[in-house]
Design a protein around this ligand. Structure first.
Ligand SMILES: *Cc1c(COP(=O)(O)O)cnc(C)c1O
Length: 359
């Protein structure tokens, strides 16, 4: 197995990063090292906000490691998976030379970060497979090798489209790209997919990484808590390059509370309810005359193609129902993405679409 640290930008390999006061502090009683205020703000009633937070909050880190089934040394907590995506693009690819490979269509953040970094973007079309779309892993391997990709982002399951990638498939791709690219499997929706997480296979390839988030199934999007899981050497290197205090104290506390057994049990129940509701909405949409196609979904949304998407969008808008217009995405020129809401919200959305047909 080749050393995954060789995938890091050469100029960053030996770099110790910024040393914050908090990261250097060891033990003491009177903390006068970080220019914090000596008293809490009048509005900060429990005095939680006066001091800089731990760079990687220990308690939340342990709880997240337990949740995902990985050693704490394999985990980096960030300000949403978005921060990890940006950090990876900056740390792994040299501007103007290296490429980032993504599936098409896929989550827009990968391309946005690549653009900001000045990295080339390589796109590989999803392969249609009956009513399902999949990542064409052979095409990804070939395009990554031919195009000089140092980073491959694949969402599993995909957003807005795409079946999950199995741990074996992820390992095979990573092994084929060993020494060349870091393969990142973004599992933002894996809780809804019922498929095995790639986290369990991280030990089989040093150049394999997984993104997880509390934003979707755990309903904490505003807290901005996401994780990168990878080889412990890669995590240690990235932590040195990460912003000094990525996780605000209220967010770390929210994460810890959401990982308590009682709230985890409720999260599991709400994931199951969302899946059931998704299938109910799917069946109802299939009966709407203006609906041309409902794509397979293993997540908390449905990607729907309309005979007249303009009309559907304007009527939904007039009824106050906001959906995501994806018509600018390649191959999706009649598609809207509809997040599964509460049953009452979904019923309103459905009633609006039925009225579209009747009108
Ligand atoms: C929503 C989403 C995320 C989550 O990002 P956070 O920054 O953790 O909120 C990541 N990847 C994909 C594919 C998503 O759709």
């Amino acid at each position: 197995m080749s050393d995954p640290l060789e995938l890091l930008r050469p100029d960053l390999r030996g770099y110790a990063g910024y040393r914050s006061a908090r990261s250097e502090a060891r033990a003491g009683e009177i903390w006068l090292n970080a220019n914090e205020s000596s008293g809490a703000n009048a509005s900060d009633e429990d005095g939680l906000l006066r001091r800089y937070p731990e760079p990687q909050p220990g308690a939340s880190g342990e709880a997240l490691s337990a949740l995902y089934g990985a050693e704490p040394s394999r985990l980096m907590i960030g300000r949403g998976s978005d921060e990890a995506i940006d950090l990876l693009v900056r740390a792994v690819g040299a501007a103007g030379r290296d490429a980032v490979l993504v599936a098409r269509p896929s989550f827009g953040m990968y391309a946005a970060c690549a653009r900001l970094q000045g990295a080339r973007l390589l796109e590989v079309d999803l392969r249609s497979d009956g009513n399902e779309f999949r990542v064409d892993l052979d095409a990804v391997r070939i395009a990554a090798l031919d195009g000089g990709a140092t980073l491959v982002f694949l969402a599993s399951p995909g957003n807005p489209l795409g079946e999950p990638i199995s741990p074996d498939e992820a390992v095979a791709l990573a092994n084929a790209l060993a020494g060349r690219a870091l393969v990142v499997i973004d599992e933002a929706y894996v809780e809804f997919a019922g498929s095995a997480s790639v986290v369990g296979a991280l030990g089989r390839a040093g150049n394999l990484a997984v993104l997880r988030t509390l934003s979707k199934a755990h309903a904490l999007a505003a807290a901005r808590v996401g994780c990168l899981l990878a080889d412990a050497r890669v995590i240690a290197a990235l932590r040195r390059l990460q912003a000094p205090y990525p996780l605000p104290v209220p967010s770390a506390r929210a994460a810890l509370r959401c990982l308590a057994p009682a709230s985890l049990a409720r999260t599991r129940a709400s994931v199951l309810a969302t899946i059931e509701e998704r299938e109910r909405v799917r069946a109802a949409l299939a009966g709407c005359a203006g609906v041309r196609r409902i794509h397979a979904s293993r997540a908390n949304f449905l990607l729907v193609e309309f005979a007249d998407a303009d009309d559907a969008l304007s009527r939904l808008g007039a009824a106050g129902v906001v959906v995501r217009d994806l018509r600018a995405m390649p191959g999706l020129d009649t598609a809207l993405r509809i997040t599964i809401g509460t049953p009452a919200q979904n019923d309103r959305m459905l009633a609006t679409l039925r009225a579209t047909v009747a009108a």
